[in-house]
Design a protein around this ligand. Structure first.
Ligand code: SAM
Ligand code: SF4
Length: 326
């Protein structure tokens, strides 16, 4: 389905829960967030219906996110049910990886294609501080389990924070030489009460990576997925580096997605508070045709782009990133 600016909206990011076993400082306020009641979260049956109806409108790619999607019970069976329903070509997951090891094989068997795992530093103390309640070794085991299970390609999401050091960059450089992993650096977005960051900027990270590798990075083609990352490779490396710059160099012109929050709101743009309520009509007996109309209204409401930049400051978006899904 084309929006008003000629963009083909084929990708839906579904936040299956707002709950999380971590409390990353850039994602939630320090006191955490009050969780939604279970009754306020869309059931798997409701999600399956929406996916089926909106598949008819051209949604063929799904990403499951959170909160932490793996804290929600029944995700494997849900993915299998999406697959069995047909029409969806690509199902992916964004996770902090900590709960992945016992589930990776079953997720793959159910039809999950690939995973993005958040890993911002490989220093255990900095990792613990950044995530508040996470352990580095759990996430590293999650990365390993994803690779062993064949969830491919594995992508690592590294939000740029002051926790990132030259040692981390050297580790990531070795990783992409030796494994077909994509390591993507994401500009920090000051959303919904997340603390301010004194992070290195993307240009600095690129220069430091040139120093960390055995040669200079070269521009490369896209790595499988739907994303806005610009990719670079070291010659002869198996993996790649991606740079995602929602603020300094936004990619609104190629934005192909809508977001569905765990409490059933369709969000046309990550960086705008406009939301369209799906849950109320869904639970009040809306017909498929009405659900299609709501989807079309969300597509029509997609702004051409955001105009936020560091200099102008950021409004309070009402929700934190953990409530939107990233
Ligand atoms: N819990 C899962 C995880 O951490 O991967 C999925 C949800 S998380 C909200 C999705 C993505 O958003 C993660 O890669 C996370 O690093 C990123 N993210 C969270 N807060 C962010 C922020 N303020 N700026 C940029 N990215 C952020
Ligand atoms: Fe949880 Fe992911 Fe947010 Fe960290 S980034 S608090 S793991 S939802």
């Amino acid at each position: 389905m084309l929006d008003g600016y000629g963009r083909n909206i084929s990708y839906l990011r579904i936040s299956v829960t707002d709950r999380c076993n971590f409390r990353c400082v850039y994602c939630m306020p320090p006191q955490g967030r009050e969780w939604l009641d279970h009754a306020d979260i869309l059931t798997y049956e409701e999600l399956l219906r929406l996916i089926k109806v909106w598949n008819g409108e051209g949604v063929t790619k799904l990403r499951l996110t959170g909160g932490e999607p793996l804290v929600r019970k029944g995700l494997v069976a849900f993915i299998a049910a999406v697959k069995a329903q047909g029409g969806i070509e690509d199902i992916s997951l964004t996770t902090n990886g900590s709960l992945l090891p016992p589930l990776a094989h079953d997720l793959k068997a159910a039809g999950l294609g690939r995973v993005n795992i958040s890993l911002d530093t490989i220093n255990p103390l900095r990792f613990a501080k950044l995530t508040t309640c996470g352990r580095l070794e759990d996430t590293l085991k999650g990365v390993e389990s994803a690779m062993v299970a064949g969830l491919s390609p594995v992508k690592l999401n590294v939000v740029l924070t002051e926790a990132l050091t030259m040692k981390d960059l050297a580790f990531f450089a070795e990783l992409v030489y030796n494994y077909p992993i994509a390591v993507r650096f994401i500009e920090y977005m000051p959303i919904g009460g997340a603390g301010e960051s004194r992070a290195p900027d993307i240009a600095t990270v690129r220069k430091l990576l040139d120093q960390a590798g055995r040669a200079m990075l070269k521009p490369a083609g896209p790595v499988r997925g739907n994303g806005p990352a610009k990719y670079y490779r070291f010659p002869k490396a198996q993996g790649a580096f991606g740079f995602i710059t929602p603020i300094s160099e936004h990619f609104c012109g190629v934005c192909n997605r809508l977001r569905l929050t765990a409490d059933g709101k369709l969000r046309p743009c990550l960086l705008s508070d406009k939301e369209i309520d799906i849950k109320t009509p869904l639970r009040s007996g809306a017909s498929d045709r009405e659900l299609v109309a709501l989807f079309r209204a969300a597509v029509a409401a997609k702004p051409e782009g955001h105009t936020l930049c560091r200099a102008s400051g950021f409004p309070d978006f009402g929700r934190s990133m953990s409530q939107i899904g990233g």
